[in-house]
Every structure is written in C-alpha cells, then in structure tokens.
Design a protein around this ligand. Structure first.
Ligand code: NAD
Ligand code: LMR
Length: 333
C-alpha cells in the first residue's frame, strides 16, 4: 500500500484515455465516483503513440486536482505493460468509422485491436480482473477480447449497455412525469446498436406499470423504442460528435454496479456472455437484465417474454450473430 493510503489501491487501466470519453471519465474515476470515495486508485492510461503527449497533459491535469485517493497516474503505449497486474479495465479506445469505411472494415480494424488486448490481458492481468468494453461495436469487441483470453473466465468480460439503460429510464421518467429514482425494472436486450430492444413490460414508473404505459402502442413503437435505440445517432447529428460525457457516466455506473453490487432486488442492463439464457445462443455477448453481488453479474431469471418483445430480442440477437460471423469470415479470408 503506497504511503498515506488506508487500503491497497485498485489498478484501473483506461484505453483510449486521451479520447473524448476517456477525458470525461478519468477525472470522475480518480475522484472516487466509480469505486467509492474511500478507495485509492492507480490510473493507467493506454494510448496510441501519437496520443501519448495528450495523455501526458491529462496526467498533469489529474495531478492538479490534488485528489486524495489518486495514488498514481501512469502512461503506456504498450498493452502488455498497461495491463500488468490490472484489476479493472475500461476498453474505450477503438477505431472510429471514417468516411467511406464499410462496416466490415470497421469490424476488422477493431477485431485486431481487441484480439491483441485480450491476449495481453490473458498474460498479465491480476487474477481478479474485470473488463468493461465501451469501444464499438462493443458487444462483438468484448466477445473477441474474451476469446483471446482463454485463461480469464469469460464472465469477467462485459460490454456497456448502461448508457442505453439510462437513456430508457430518462425517457420513461419524462413520459410518466415521475423522477428517475421512481423508475425500475427496465431492460435493454441485445446489441448496443439501433437494433437494441428497450423493454418496459416489467418496469414501474411510480404508481404506473410499464405494461400500462405500453398499451399506447403508437407511443411505444414510434416514439419510445426508436428514441432510445437511435439516441446515439441523434447525438452525433446534433453535436457533430458521438456521446461522450453520458457514455463516460454510463461506464462509471456499470463498473460501480459490478464492483459494489445492485441495491435490493433492483436490476440494470449489461451485455455479458450468454450462458444460453432467454433463448440467446451461448457465447454471444448480449445485453440482459442483470444484478451484481459485487463480484459477478447474474442474469435476472424468469421474466415472461411476450411476442412483442420476443421478435425484437430475436432481431437484435440475429445482428449479433451476423457480426461474429463477419469477424470469423475475415479471420479466415
Ligand atoms: P475518440 O476517437 O475521441 O477517442 C478514442 C481514443 O482511442 C483516441 O484517443 C485513440 O487514440 C485511442 N485508441 C484507438 N485505438 C487504440 C488502441 N489500440 N489502444 C489504445 N488507444 C487507442 O472516441 P470516443 O468518443 O472517446 O469513443 C470511444 C469509443 O467508444 C468509440 O468506439 C465509440 O463509438 C464508443 N462509444 C460507445 C458507447 C457505448 O455506449 N458502448 C457510447 C459512446 C461511444
Ligand atoms: C452511442 O450510443 O452514443 C454511441 O455508441 C454511438 C456511436 O455510434 O458512437
């Protein structure tokens, strides 16, 4: 334990640390928003060589916050060094889609990043490592990283759909006219993409049930579902850049829930490796309703899935299968 700290620090590596989400996340992580205000952290910033100077500037700013629980900031351009002994990994850095780039090119560029990082984690990460994938296509990137880390239990990999979950809560709060704290039982199913299915059939919004709200099918189908599922594109159109502070916030919420647990019988959404639950083929990284006991995710079991929901879950799962098939096809090309 470094001098002056009451607990051993948790080592947190953030990839793409000098990017927009990284910049929005690092200061809150360093201030204790993710793992608790009494938990010291060592922050490791992994970047491409061309962004190391920017990472150094961020490290200077972190220093200038004089944060009581920030034990150290270290900068790397080599994944193996950045992941040595790491406990919590935020895989945010990814290749963005550039003009004229086909989806297959994006999948292939990112597949190689996440394969390399998965293999490095397999070799050097701490035995209790937890990996959260944010870089898109997040679900498939997480599946690739997990595949390349055969010695790490695959339950330790999850991908972010908490941003989508929070978006759904905010929309329901507006619709029902109740505070976000009175919304529960929302689930994001499937892929972090426009095919995702935000399910409110088990939700509550204050005194109103989600099933009651869902009786207005026009609102559900033409307003709520597309607003949540296409929110990422709407933000890109409005801001000229993809969501960053809200994505950082979702990432922090996701890891906080995973590491500290879900309160009471509440649940949230996260994309985890399917054990074959709810008819989702085993091995796909799919968003489910989940709880955490502070160590592992557990899928909330026994929810009744109506026909309306089934069709939409199946459509998003079909997209996940197509993404993995495209990656496999590229690997054998
Ligand atoms: P950005 O382009 O601002 O930053 C990405 C950073 O990653 C850059 O600094 C780049 O140098 C770095 N990087 C690229 N490849 C790397 C590698 N191999 N190792 C280390 N660093 C690397 O992008 P951003 O706005 O911060 O978004 C990051 C990713 O998050 C994108 O893929 C974006 O689509 C995704 N995203 C996901 C969600 C979600 O909810 N899952 C939400 C918003 C954005
Ligand atoms: C988001 O959900 O805001 C992003 O994943 C959108 C994107 O394509 O970067």
């Amino acid at each position: 334990t470094p001098t002056g700290f009451t607990k051993p620090p948790v080592v947190v590596t953030v990839t793409g640390a000098a990017g927009t989400i990284g910049y929005a996340a690092l200061f809150r992580v360093a201030a204790g928003a993710m793992l608790g205000r009494d938990q010291p952290v060592v922050l490791r910033l992994l970047e491409l060589p061309g962004a190391i100077s920017a990472a150094e500037g961020i490290a200077m700013e972190l220093d200038d916050c004089a944060l009581p629980q920030l034990a150290a900031v270290e900068i790397f351009d080599d994944p193996r060094a950045a992941f040595d002994g790491v406990n919590q990994v935020l895989l945010i850095g990814a290749k963005p889609r550039s003009k004229g780039m086909e989806r297959a090119d994006l999948l292939s560029a990112n597949a190689s990043i996440f394969a390399t990082q998965g293999a490095a984690l397999n070799e050097v990460a701490a035995p209790d490592v937890r990996v959260t994938v944010v870089g898109n296509p997040a679900n498939t990137n997480a599946a690739i990283a997990a595949r390349h880390a055969p010695d790490i239990p695959r339950e330790r990999f999850s991908a972010l759909t908490r941003l989508d979950h929070n978006r759904a809560i905010a929309q329901l709060s507006h619709r029902a006219g109740v505070p976000v704290t009175e919304i529960s039982g929302v689930t994001i199913w499937g892929n972090h993409s426009a095919t995702q299915y935000p399910d409110i059939f088990h939700a509550r919004a204050g005194e109103t049930t989600g099933a009651e709200l869902a009786r207005d099918r026009e609102w559900l189908v033409d307003d709520f579902i597309p607003t949540v599922a296409q929110r990422g594109s709407a933000i890109i159109a409005a801001r000229g850049a993809s969501s960053a502070a809200s994505a950082a916030n979702g990432t922090i919420d996701h890891v906080q829930t995973w590491a500290l647990g879900t309160p009471g019988d509440s649940w949230t959404s996260a994309a985890i490796v399917s054990p074959g639950a709810y008819g989702v083929p085993e091995g796909l990284v799919c968003s489910f309703p989940v709880r955490s006991d502070g160590t592992d995710w557990q899928i909330v079991e026994g929810l009744e899935i109506n026909e309306f929901s089934r069709a939409r879950i199946d459509a998003s799962v079909a997209e996940l299968e197509a993404e993995i098939a495209a990656v496999d096809a590229l690997a054998t090309r």
